[in-house]
Design a protein around this ligand. Sequence first.
Ligand code: INI
Length: 154
Amino acid sequence: MQFIGDYSPPVGRFAIVASRFNAMVTEALLSGCRDALERHGIADDRIDVAWVPGSFEIPLVARKLAETGRYAAVICLGCVIRGETSHYDHVAGQAAAGVMQAGLATGVPVIFGILTTENVEQALNRAGLKSGNKGADAALAAIEMVNLLGRIGG
Ligand code: INI
């Protein structure tokens, strides 16, 4: 027996938590994410977006949204740039740990679409320039996880 998640259109609603910090980057991630969801059959009226001040605040809101039971998946979008902060390691590390924890605590896929980069150029490259769009990648990961968990059941 093999359980495989695919990219077929899943049922249910999707929540996105987006950080306003480094908004130029996160708005591009959000746009890529919405676009990828839509291309996989998830219309805009099945997507709710919650904005938070910074990536550090993402896990709490992601967990609250997941706990409502209204969402098939919660996608987290943010951007932490090392060059801009001495507390990069705390913000990036706690955001990652909190996103993981939100998924484990609720059983809802909570997807890590938070860029952690050395500089703005790297961030922009991963938000739709040279290296794809991490927001779109996060959308695909969410779809795959929803379909995989649906097949596992329970
Ligand atoms: N938040 C980010 O999302 N990215 C950053 O690069 C960043 N920097 O540079 O500090 C950042 N800081 C804010 C943080 O996420 C919280 O919003 C703030 O500390 C209030 O809790």
